[in-house]
Design a protein around this ligand. Structure first.
Ligand SMILES: [Fe+2]
Length: 381
């Protein structure tokens, strides 16, 4: 099968190896003459970034670059990015990278014309309507990992640098106008990141599938997303140049983020404060939390995962699925305990405080409270 396609759901996606070469055409279709490419520090000097800037320059689009973006981007990164955008007279953003580059790029486009502070647009009720929608710059997203799925999302996660709390900033116009999914850009990802980001996509599918909200479209996408990760992540991990595996993982990432419109749950509610306090890798943290959360959610999800296990070719129903998750983690070099990531027992009260106010809490199939979250953290540590 040739893994190439043009999709219009959930936004316009140009999918296929080598399609980064279409970037200049995509920029002009989006009305950009002077785009700013936003990415993170780690990617700034890599050949994939330089080659993309070359493509822009040759097409007369300049080589505007902002890369002062931390792994967990903060409002300080955002302020600097907006200043660079406005000083350079840019007219659109190319959000390029993994979760941090994509999320911050989307926020620079969102905030470049707003007058209120970013925290006023947190994903609470209808706060997004406070924004001046006409002042939002166009966004082209180019993922270089296969996990976050932020390229098809309408929100970004920004860490408050003072309180260390991660906030979700939402606006419908933060959904990129066009996404270029080119699996060749992910070939150089180190194995650890391939595993961690791939398991983030898996966690998105598992949590969306577990969420009690009614959204049958998401349910189907989450199930097929789990299958793609199960079948192709081991291949991408074993051989980073396996372009078919890289392509299927890139699809799984976009599918996970599409599916979690149905909701996330305890895995992400735990992982967000852990990442904010201990600066751990998001996808790896999710993977470590998953076995404990599956066990905790068992009374509410066992039936549903019986069916999923059958579809995925896993014997033993829900218990078989749980055993598969642990073996899968082990085979991908994921530690078994949060303490292996540096998380301490002493931090549990602070982590519980962060988890309980995390928006992901609402999508968990078993209601979360301080007591059961304390237990869950203790078990996972
Ligand atoms: Fe995630």
């Amino acid at each position: 099968m040739r893994l190439v396609g043009n999709w219009s759901y959930p936004t316009a996606i140009r999918f296929g190896a080598g399609r980064i070469r279409e970037l200049p055409e995509v920029c002009s279709a989006a009305g950009m003459k002077r785009p700013l490419l936003v990415t993170d520090k780690g990617l700034a000097d890599l050949p994939i970034t330089t080659a993309t800037l070359d493509l822009m320059e040759v097409a007369g689009l300049g080589r505007g670059l902002f890369a002062d973006v931390d792994p967990n981007p903060s409002e300080k990164n955002l302020e600097a990015g907006v200043a660079a955008y406005n000083a350079g007279g840019h007219d659109g953003v190319i959000a390029f990278g993994g979760g941090s580059g994509l999320d911050l790029g989307k926020m620079v486009a969102f905030m470049c014309g707003q007058t209120r502070p970013v925290w006023d647009f947190e994903d609470i009720g209808d706060w997004w309507t406070r924004a001046d929608a006409d002042a939002i710059a166009p966004i082209i997203a180019v993922p270089t990992t296969a996990g976050t799925g932020s390229e098809v999302g309408r929100a970004s996660v920004i860490t408050n640098s003072e309180t260390h709390v991660k906030k979700i900033i939402f606006h419908p116009k933060v959904l990129p106008t066009v996404v270029i999914c080119d699996p060749e850009l992910t070939v150089g990802m180190p194995r650890l990141i391939t595993a961690g980001t791939g398991l983030d996509a898996f966690a998105h599918c598992v949590e969306a599938f577990s969420s009690p909200h009614y959204h049958p479209m998401s349910q189907g996408i989450a199930l097929e997303g789990m299958r793609l990760v199960k079948d192709y992540l081991p291949r991408a991990y074993a051989d980073g140049t396996d372009i078919e595996a890289r392509a299927q993982m890139m699809s799984a990432a976009a599918m996970g983020a599409t599916a979690f419109q149905k909701g996330l749950g305890a895995i992400h509610a735990m992982s967000h404060p852990i990442g904010a306090v201990f600066n751990t890798h998001h996808g790896t943290t999710n993977a470590v939390c998953m076995p404990a959360v599956l066990e905790f959610n068992a009374p509410a999800i066992a039936d549903r995962f019986q069916e999923a296990a059958a579809y995925l070719g896993i014997n033993g129903g829900f218990d078989g699925f749980c055993a598969f998750v642990q073996e899968f983690n082990d085979s991908l070099g994921i530690p078994r305990k949060l303490s292996d990531l540096g998380v301490t027992k002493a931090s549990i009260p602070e982590l519980v405080k962060g988890a309980i106010i995390d928006p992901s809490c609402g999508g968990n199939p078993v209601e979360l409270n301080e007591e059961n979250l304390t237990e869950l953290f203790a078990r996972a540590i």
